[in-house]
Design a protein around this ligand. Structure first.
Ligand SMILES: NC(=O)c1ccc[n+]([C@@H]2O[C@H](COP(=O)([O-])OP(=O)(O)OC[C@H]3O[C@@H](n4cnc5c(N)ncnc54)[C@H](O)[C@@H]3O)[C@@H](O)[C@H]2O)c1
Length: 333
């Protein structure tokens, strides 16, 4: 039996999931879609408003790809209707709201998976496997470079929650995932250097975040909203037995040499190109978990933890001091 899925929000990421489910996952089908902009919806799939979709008896699972500030409401509605949920990151911008939403999810027998797609990237999965196999030894340092080619629109930025909650959140999740440990301290510095949309939205665009884990091991994340050479996504793990790193994916591997030097293709331009397969792999994992009644690989708790790190980073920048995390609480020093 195919898993019957409804999709809410058919923008950049919604279209990726729509096409993957419709054309590349035979175990699932898209039975309904919903977007406040009717022009975004395909002609040949039933559509309705979000409430109708969530309550529709044909819909077994809902994929939420609308703007961030709609996620928590839709997740709670889905839980009350007994619908499984795949929700794009972040779950919400407020920790209190995330906790309330997760409480509703726990009261109902549904699966909730968060869209931390980078865990499903083949390169990062290999690196994680090396860590888990002990090939790196005791992991002491993780370095993540994560830079976008260009900032999103002012409208998007204004509802995004800012750099840490919108963009670095993927890196916070990756750091926790690779390390397999929890963070006890966050120290962040940030600036606004690129002008344009970021300045208009009164956001930051450049940041360095240091994470200290329970055992003293560390992660360093550097972010920019504007890398002129494309989407810069690199990861390094360093430990007592060695080091492993992942370089950028490029559209081809050619190198051109002449008397002045050597040149290669630029990195794949943005997330749609770089993480194409990871979106398909994560959605297959969601469908498999729901159909097999197995726990999803990335849950609501992972969403809460990544958001806690983002909130701590914001507070660290505001106070210019490290911020401590104790259990599920952000504590000021
Ligand atoms: N995992 C990833 O790599 C990734 C990448 C991009 C975006 N995202 C997340 O996905 C979400 C959407 O981002 P996007 O870039 O696709 O945005 P987008 O602006 O391209 O698309 C959002 C869509 O939602 C629709 N919409 C707006 N309000 C709605 C509502 N109340 N109900 C239903 N539909 C509504 C809009 O008309 C639009 O079609 C954000 O939360 C973002 O953080 C995740």
């Amino acid at each position: 039996m195919q898993l019957k899925i409804g999709i809410i929000g058919l923008g950049r990421i919604g279209n990726i999931h729509y096409n993957n489910i419709r054309y590349h996952i035979p175990e699932a089908e898209v039975v309904m879609v919903s977007d406040v902009d009717k022009n975004r919806m395909p002609d040949d799939v039933p559509y309705g408003d979000a409430g109708t979709l969530i309550g529709h008896p044909d819909v077994e699972a809902v994929v939420i790809c609308s703007p961030t500030d709609t996620h928590a409401n839709y997740v709670a509605q889905c839980a009350r209707e007994g619908k499984h949920v795949f929700c794009e990151k972040p779950l919400d911008l407020s920790l209190a709201r995330i906790r309330e939403t997760l409480a509703v999810v726990r009261q109902h027998d549904i699966q909730l998976m968060l869209g931390f797609n980078r865990r499903f990237d083949a390169n990062f999965m290999k690196l994680k496997a090396l860590v888990d196999e002990g090939k790196i030894g005791d992991v002491q340092l993780v370095k993540i470079t994560s830079r976008d080619p260009a900032p999103p629109s002012v409208d998007y930025l204004k509802s995004s929650g800012g750099l840490f909650l919108d963009m670095t959140i993927h890196d916070f999740d990756m750091a926790r995932y690779v390390m397999g440990k929890e963070v006890k301290e966050v120290y962040a510095a940030a600036s606004a250097l690129t002008g344009g949309a970021v300045a208009e939205a009164d956001d930051i665009d450049t940041a360095v975040v240091t994470l200290k884990f329970e055992d003293g091991s560390m992660a360093v994340i550097d972010n920019s909203r504007k890398a002129v050479y494309g989407y810069d996504q690199r990861l390094e793990v360093f430990g007592s037995k060695g080091m492993a790193h992942v370089e950028n994916n490029k559209p081809d591997t050619h190198m051109y040499y002449n008397g002045e030097g050597a040149a290669s293709a630029l990195p794949l331009h943005f997330f749609m190109e770089r993480y194409t397969m990871s979106y398909l792999t994560e959605m297959k994992a969601f469908v498999k978990s729901v159909q097999g009644k197995q726990p999803v690989p990335v849950g609501g708790g992972d969403g809460l933890k990544a958001t806690m790190l983002a909130v701590a980073a914001q507070q660290s920048v505001e106070r210019n001091t490290p911020v401590t995390l104790v259990g599920e609480n952000v504590v000021h020093q």
